[in-house]
Design a protein around this ligand. Structure first.
Ligand SMILES: Nc1ncnc2c1ncn2[C@@H]1O[C@H](COP(=O)(O)OP(=O)(O)O)[C@@H](O)[C@H]1O
Ligand SMILES: [Mg+2]
Length: 223
């Protein structure tokens, strides 16, 4: 088995990296995939979420992302090891484009870039796209925390089309269920499976899986 490695990167803090990493990991787990959820952000939010999760489920733990923190020089070799043991490795990365983020991008088969509909988030995506391009790794730009109706969303999407990245068809709304579920150590697909929020995450998870499969096919044809 060789896992698909999905790195969530964006140098802007607060864009939704950790939220997407957790919710997507849970969604893929629920689809039956074994998922390692790797936190290389020293903030350690994934670990705190995992502790809440252990408290919530206790002995009754369902199929879950295997959360772990990795730091520094070990990252690349640890991710290589995880590739052998899981279907997917999801990496939550720190809010910058320095060494640790670079390692996470280098290890990835695909890089997901969350971006809130704001020019400040948009401007911060370029360094990550450039880093991934140098590694010949596809990037997927995901609009996150999108308010119900706002002209800025279309304006940001128009600008994003000019960037060298895939634009995710599925966008993620500004929904309180994303934070509420994390609070309990759950993914939104577990806390509120029939909510719009859960639907958005599932659709995005499937869309990302589709891009990974396409990219792998292209490589197989090229080889
Ligand atoms: N789609 C969303 N809807 C509502 N709140 C969100 C959404 N995505 C993220 N948030 C909130 O935004 C804040 C920053 O998200 P976080 O995932 O920690 O970003 P990052 O890891 O990029 O710093 C958190 O308080 C989180 O709960
Ligand atoms: Mg984070």
């Amino acid at each position: 088995m060789s896992a698909q490695v999905v790195t969530i990167a964006q140098q802007k803090g607060g864009a939704g990296k950790t939220s997407l990493a957790i919710h997507l990991s849970v969604a893929w787990s629920l689809m039956g995939k074994s998922v390692a959820l790797v936190d290389i952000d020293p903030q350690g939010s994934v670990h705190t979420w995992d502790m809440m999760r252990n408290e919530y489920f206790g002995e009754e733990m369902p199929q879950s992302p295997d959360a772990r923190a990795i730091t520094g020089w070990r990252t690349a070799s640890e991710v290589d090891r995880l590739r052998r043991d899981f279907d997917m490795v999801v990496i939550d990365s720190p809010p910058h484009a320095e060494t640790e983020a670079k390692i996470a991008i280098r290890a990835a088969d695909i890089v997901i870039i969350p971006c809130q509909p704001s020019p400040i988030d948009l401007w911060a995506t370029k360094p990550i796209i450039d880093l991934a391009s140098m590694e010949d790794t596809p990037t997927v730009f995901v609009l996150n925390r999108v308010p119900a109706r706002a002209r800025i969303t279309d304006q940001i999407l128009r600008k994003a089309k000019q960037l060298d990245t895939i634009l995710a068809e599925n966008i993620i709304g500004n929904r309180v269920a994303f934070a509420e579920s994390l609070m309990q150590g759950l993914g939104v697909s577990e806390m509120a499976p029939s909510s719009l929020a859960a639907q958005e995450i599932e659709d995005l998870a499937k869309e990302i899986s589709k891009y990974i499969a396409e990219h792998q096919n292209q490589h197989a044809i090229a080889a």
